[in-house]
Design a protein around this ligand. Structure first.
Ligand SMILES: [Zn+2]
Length: 359
């Protein structure tokens, strides 16, 4: 018999409706069912060698922190935010100079709105037109493609708002004019601050491999419950109480009850992807909104909650519904987690085999 997965979907573009935090967390923790197996959070199973670019970037941000007093973690977070927003535009051999940061200042902001030369490199002229472009590298040119010039310009811009966290937040909002940008940048900044490195991009598999689990590609399958919807995610079938692990570094953005998803946790990772873990039996004890999580860390336990009022459970076999949503600036789009799960699973099998060989 095949399980008929009655699973949640979130209509595209309505995902932002999930954002208002609900405060039903304590209720969820109160219903903790069968005690989950006493297992420690698995260590991230794959740790690729650190790319030297992370350190190179960090040094640049540290230098600018020294000059303008804006914490390097904010500069790194702005860089990371822009990297996740411009992902699609990047071309391999565009002939553009090689950059180590992803920050792009719009030409009009760089040169000044009334400047007839949108690619102005002359600092006095840029300054005359009220542009923010600066020559940080000292080569006599304020170059929009020069990392040092760009990061200098951003650091100087922010420093003019002041140096408390609130001041910097206002500076970031004034620059991007987008609440989501401020929130995401804050989250990135907190993760960089905690780990003191930019090397926080790796991922790992979603359940410990020693547990029984199964999943297949169900992207776009039709769903019966709750009107006409399609399946936006992957269902991982596992027994009640199987630990659900964070697949990446990120910040817990949402916890609580949702009519379709039951007890669910939402985590924004360092790629600006929102990870949605639903139908949980319970959350990891003590986990709360704003917590930083890392690959392999337990966020909750598999259950069958959802499809009704808070506490509804058992309307379908226990499984984890996992969804991934990318922020594209004006909306969040669901994409298929299946290939990513397969990839992380393969990596964890490979690294387990390597460990075996070493013994
Ligand atoms: Zn599902």
């Amino acid at each position: 018999m095949r399980f008929l997965c009655l699973c949640l979907t979130i209509p595209l573009l309505l995902t932002s409706m999930l954002y208002p935090y609900d405060n039903s967390v304590s209720a969820a923790q109160a219903i903790t069912p069968a005690p989950p197996p006493q297992q420690k959070a698995a260590k991230p199973e794959t740790k690729p060698p650190s790319d030297p670019i992370y350190e190179e970037r960090k040094q640049l941000f540290l230098r600018l922190e020294g000059l303008y007093g804006v914490p390097w973690t904010y500069l790194a977070a702005i860089d990371q935010y822009e990297r996740t927003m411009t992902r699609k535009k990047k071309k391999a051999d565009s002939g553009e100079p090689k950059r180590i940061t992803a920050i792009t200042i719009p030409p009009a902001s760089w040169s000044g709105y009334l400047n007839p030369e949108m690619d102005d490199v002359d600092e006095p002229s840029i300054s005359f037109f009220g542009g923010m472009g600066m020559d940080g590298s000292g080569d006599g040119k304020a170059d929009q493609q020069n990392d040092t010039d760009v990061v200098t310009s951003i650091a100087r811009y922010l420093s003019e708002f002041g140096f408390t966290e609130d001041d910097i937040r206002i500076g970031i909002w004034t620059y991007y004019k987008r609440d989501r940008a401020v929130k995401t940048i804050e989250q990135f900044k907190r993760v960089f601050e905690k780990y003191q490195t930019l090397d926080v991009m790796n991922h790992s598999f979603i359940v410990p491999r020693r547990y029984n689990y199964s999943y297949r590609s169900t992207w776009g399958d039709p769903r019966g419950w709750g009107g006409r919807r399609i399946h936006e995610g992957t269902d991982i079938f596992a027994d009640y109480g199987t630990p659900v692990l964070s697949t990446g570094y990120g910040v817990v953005e949402i916890m609580g009850w949702n009519r379709y998803g039951g007890w669910r946790v939402g985590v924004r990772d360092m790629d600006n992807v929102y990870h949605y873990y639903a139908h949980l039996a319970s959350f990891r004890k003590g986990l709360k909104v704003g917590d930083i999580v890392e690959p392999g860390q337990v966020v909750g336990y598999v259950g069958s909650s959802g499809y009704g009022k808070p506490g509804t459970s058992g309307k379908f076999p226990p499984h984890l519904h996992y969804g991934m949503y990318r922020d594209v600036g004006h909306a969040e789009w669901a994409f298929d987690p299946y290939p990513h799960l397969k990839n992380w699973e393969r990596q964890s099998i490979r690294s387990a085999q390597k460990k075996k060989k070493k013994k």
